[in-house]
Design a protein around this ligand. Structure first.
Ligand SMILES: *Cc1c(COP(=O)(O)O)cnc(C)c1O
Ligand code: SF4
Length: 349
């Protein structure tokens, strides 16, 4: 198998190169590419079947990114929630640690578009040390989420060193890695990498697939290797207009993930990130999709549909409302739309 770094080196980064693969005038893409660079590696390029298909939309710049007058650079207020650079502390018991500025592919809808892939996102060994110091002295932090960019862009040696230092902090119970690499460059998942990761259990991986066509044989192999290493796998999908905003596509995605031993964890409503407004759906559209899925397919395949509240206020589950009235009887509609009720025991709260 070709080494993942070699595959990455052959990535398309200029619209003109894209025109060699598709019958498409790419000159209009130059400006959007300059504001947020594209990187489409040969593996993901091979998954794109046609211009404007759901995979193209995730990877290829779109001129409308530049006319977004609704969204803002940092909707989750991550910069203000960072006590030290590249560490976001929003919840009492867990922190988000950004360890890499690059990804195997740049997603047009990226929440961290303001910094990922840009020269401003500098992560030095000194930053990492300061972040580790912060985690050491903030003993309420039980879980560290490693993200970026994509943490699996680091070499095995650097990852091992980082994980070893984290594991030396007695108050850190769980390590969670957020990575899109099983989807965007599955060749990065090797036996050597799994051998590094499995030394640091309990270690979870949340990956990120958005469309059933991303569940290729290579992605299946990557997830199997990780799962065989005892790493529980979750998936954080983003609801994207024109990509996956219908129940049929998401059903196929979630059931496919479940077969790959990946548990759908979150389905995210689009963040208000500048340059991504064209991907946003109305929140009722996601709720409607969830109502179509809950009960119809395995509960194991159902993620929590959630909105990450602007201003860093935290994730809010957006659940279909099943309850039609509360009284001596709780009345509700089930997944088939039948009216049912449940008698309360009388102990009002
Ligand atoms: C999403 C997020 C988390 C993790 O939230 P969970 O609900 O535990 O998955 C932690 N910190 C930050 C800053 C986040 O944005
Ligand atoms: S892999 Fe994640 S961090 Fe990287 S560009 Fe895509 S969404 Fe953003």
């Amino acid at each position: 198998m070709t080494h993942w770094k070699e595959i990455l080196q052959k990535s398309i980064t200029r619209p003109a190169e894209l025109a060699r693969h598709f019958d498409f005038d790419c000159s209009a893409l130059e400006a959007a590419n300059a504001s947020f660079p594209m990187r489409i590696n040969p593996y993901y390029l091979g998954l794109i079947q046609s211009v404007n298909d759901p995979l193209w939309k995730q990877a290829v710049p779109d001129p409308v990114e530049l006319s977004d007058s609704v969204c803002i650079p940092d909707p989750l207020d991550e910069e203000n929630l960072s006590p030290v650079p590249n560490l976001v502390h929003k919840y009492p018991d867990r922190v988000l640690l950004l360890v890499a500025s690059e990804c195997a592919m740049y997603c047009r809808f990226c929440t961290r578009k303001r910094k990922v892939a840009s020269d401003d996102m500098v992560i030095t060994e000194d930053h990492i040390e300061r972040a580790l110091d912060y985690i050491r002295k903030t003993t309420t932090v039980r879980e560290v989420l490693i993200s970026g960019g994509d943490p699996l862009m680091l070499s095995d040696t650097r990852l091992d060193s980082l994980l070893t230092r984290l594991r030396q902090i007695p108050t850190v119970e769980v390590i969670r890695i957020g990575t899109r690499i099983p989807c965007t460059l599955p060749m990065r998942i090797t036996k050597d990498l799994v051998n590094v990761l499995k030394k640091h259990h309990p270690l979870y991986i949340n990956t990120h697939f958005n469309h059933p066509r991303e569940l290729s044989p290579e992605a299946v192999r990557a997830c199997s290797l990780l799962a065989d290493g005892g790493i529980p796998l979750g998936c954080q999908t983003v609801l994207l207009k024109g990509v996956n905003d219908n129940a049929k596509v998401l059903k196929e995605l979630f059931l496919g993930l479940l077969r790959m031993r990946v548990k759908p964890y979150y389905l995210f409503q689009g963040d208000l990130t500048r340059g991504t407004n064209h991907f946003r759906t109305h929140s009722s559209s996601g709720v409607k999709i969830m109502r179509q899925l809950i009960g119809t397919i395995s509960g194991m395949a159902i993620p929590t549909f959630a909105l990450d509240a602007p201003g860093g206020k935290g994730k809010i589950p957006l659940t279909p409302d099943y309850i039609s009235s509360r009284g001596p009887d709780l009345t509700f509609h089930n997944y088939r739309g039948e009216r049912c009720s449940y008698p309360e025991n009388g102990d009002a709260l």
